[in-house]
Design a protein. Structure first.
Length: 561
């Protein structure tokens, strides 16, 4: 990478410095190491874009390595979802790896630790260990089992592996320093007994390595040059390096752990534990509920993958944790869809409009442009007839001069069609308008080339022909949490901030071209916003999700409050 091409972030500066100090470019290798215990969220998307982006920039391989060391919480469903999300974002990994690939090597190394006096089997309870470990300001004390003989440790550890003991009876600990200032260095746990079925190794193992033991050694086995993780792992770096010191061969690449700040998103939670809670307690329908901060949820809502990548690139990499306003993500989505989403017409709050001087029974097929941004998308055919639906808010009986839509006695253009003039209304017994009666100028049709078609009116509104309209279920999504930072108040359960109005389901009417729209396809409903076809949609029942509005209105609402 040429440093002149762009301003380097601190992660890239670290890599460039290592290259200058002798690390060969062909030794660069990165990895993305998710735990298969939940679906990936927007925070993971930033980490994915970082690691795979570095791979692209430096033409270096990137491994996808699943940290599958806790079978009690891991499932194949999560493995499949993670792979699907990464591929959807547009990235390809070099090798698909699993920590479980290295279980035997990790075990063999642990045996060597025991033989050289660097590890021992501890038989204390978790409560006893917590007391014995001390506090950040007081040193720990040695375990009464710390000086077990090598022979006894080997015997116990072998029997742990063979499944002779129940969960919690023994652990294997590294023997480092119980008075160390970094509490993670106070004889950390390397293995615990866990009788649980593993999604890849079945029941072959009854002991499983802890993250701190497995992670750095997996990096080493894969010859990862740079291991990037979030800032909460900064205190773990010392232990990461200590474990590497015990197995490192100077002829090989030594992985380097470096940390970047987590980028939190407003009005969301990104803890997998909390996301799982939302699913299990049915506050949302599933992991891919469009209100969730998961990549699967964003995909189902209609967010394009490039919008998420652009968002990650926009917020960048930092050393300090920051709360990013979700409106920035929505801006990136809107910017992408404005260029790529075809325009169609839909009415979501309908009122009937009758053109009284349009011949009864007559129908026309009009040309409508698919995109004002991209003329190459061409035109589609839309049917026009005497009776239409328009948006109820596009009509007022009386309005001020700033209202440029339909009123009695004024003219407005129907998108891709004729100029109409409001004449009268029909109301029900409660005074609600049920019909708007208009007249049209037969010579004013858009694109007809006549002089009348070129005359200007101040407003243009969209419509659908009632006889041809497709009825659809339209799901309108709002922020899942009313609080900007639902994790911010540690005294309050984050679920207290769940927005009771985060989902509104309405009936909408769409132009007939959408009858063949496929799952995931995105459209701009003209003048309303961007919408996509939901996976629940079928030929019998069309279902659309609102992706994002045409502009950011949420900030205005919050400011008013």
């Amino acid at each position: 990478m040429s440093t002149e091409e762009k301003s380097l972030n601190f992660i890239e500066q670290i890599i460039e410095e290592d290259l200058k100090n002798g690390l060969s470019n062909d030794k660069l290798r990165f990895r993305f190491p998710p735990e298969p215990n939940g679906y990936l969220h927007v925070g993971h998307a930033s980490a994915i874009c970082l690691n795979f982006g570095l791979g692209i920039d430096y033409q270096a391989p990137v491994n996808l390595r699943f940290d599958d060391t806790n079978p009690a919480k891991e499932e194949q469903e999560y493995v499949d979802a993670i792979k699907r999300d990464i591929e959807w974002l547009g990235y390809k990994w070099n090798n698909e790896c699993y920590a479980s690939d290295y279980f035997q090597q990790l075990y063999d190394w642990a045996i060597e630790f025991i033989k050289t006096g660097k590890a021992y089997v501890d038989s204390q309870s978790s409560e006893e260990m917590a007391i014995q470990k001390g506090t950040p300001t007081t040193p720990g004390t040695d375990s009464p089992f710390r000086n077990r003989s090598v022979e006894e440790n080997l015997d116990l550890f072998t029997r742990m592996k063979n499944g002779e003991f129940p969960n919690g009876t023994h652990i294997l600990r590294a023997k480092i320093d119980m008075t160390h200032n970094n509490m993670l260095m106070r004889d950390p746990i390397m293995y615990r007994i866990l009788h649980a079925h593993h999604h890849r190794t079945g029941n072959d193992w009854c002991i499983y390595p802890m993250y701190d033991w497995a992670h750095g050694e997996s990096d080493y086995l894969e010859q990862i040059s740079h291991s990037f993780c979030t800032l909460e792992f900064l205190p773990h770096r010392e232990l990461y390096d200590w474990f590497l010191d015990q197995v490192y061969d100077s002829k090989k690449v030594r992985p380097k752990q470096r940390e970047f700040a987590r980028r939190n998103l407003s009005h969301t939670v990104v803890s997998k534990r909390k996301l799982l809670q939302l699913v299990e307690e049915k506050h949302v329908t599933s992991w891919d509920d469009p209100r969730m901060s998961t990549i699967s949820g964003m995909r189902r809502r209609g967010y394009p993958p490039m919008a998420i990548r652009n968002f990650a690139n926009t917020i960048g990499i930092a050393k300090r944790t920051n709360l990013i306003d979700v409106s920035l993500l929505e801006f990136c989505v809107r910017e992408d869809l404005n260029k790529t989403a075809p325009r169609v017409m839909a009415v979501l709050n309908p009122v009937k409009l009758i053109i009284t001087n349009y011949p009864e029974g007559k129908e026309e097929i009009l040309d409508a442009e698919n995109s004002q941004e991209d003329p190459s998308l061409g035109f589609r055919k839309v049917p026009f007839s005497r009776e239409l639906y328009i948006e109820r808010e596009d009509f007022q009986e009386e309005a001020n001069k700033k209202f440029f839509r339909l009123t009695l006695g004024t003219e407005v253009r129907l998108k891709n069609a004729y100029i109409i003039k409001g004449e009268s209304v029909v109301k029900d017994s409660a005074g609600n308008i049920t019909e708007i009666h208009c007249t049209y100028d037969e010579d004013s049709r858009s694109g007809s080339g006549s002089e009348a078609s070129q005359r200007k009116v101040k407003g243009t509104i969209h419509w659908v022909s009632i006889n041809h309209a497709l009825e659809a279920e339209v799901r309108i999504y709002d922020r899942l949490f009313t609080h900007e930072n639902p994790d911010g108040d540690k005294e309050v359960d984050f679920k207290e901030y769940i927005n009771p109005n985060s989902l509104e389901v309405i009936k909408g009417y769409l132009e007939p071209s959408l009858a063949t729209a496929k799952n995931g396809e995105r459209f701009q409903f003209q003048r309303l916003g961007y919408y996509c076809v939901d996976k629940d949609s079928s030929a019998e029942k069309l279902v659309f999700n609102k992706t994002v509005g045409l502009r950011d209105t949420w900030a205005k609402v919050e400011n008013k409050e």
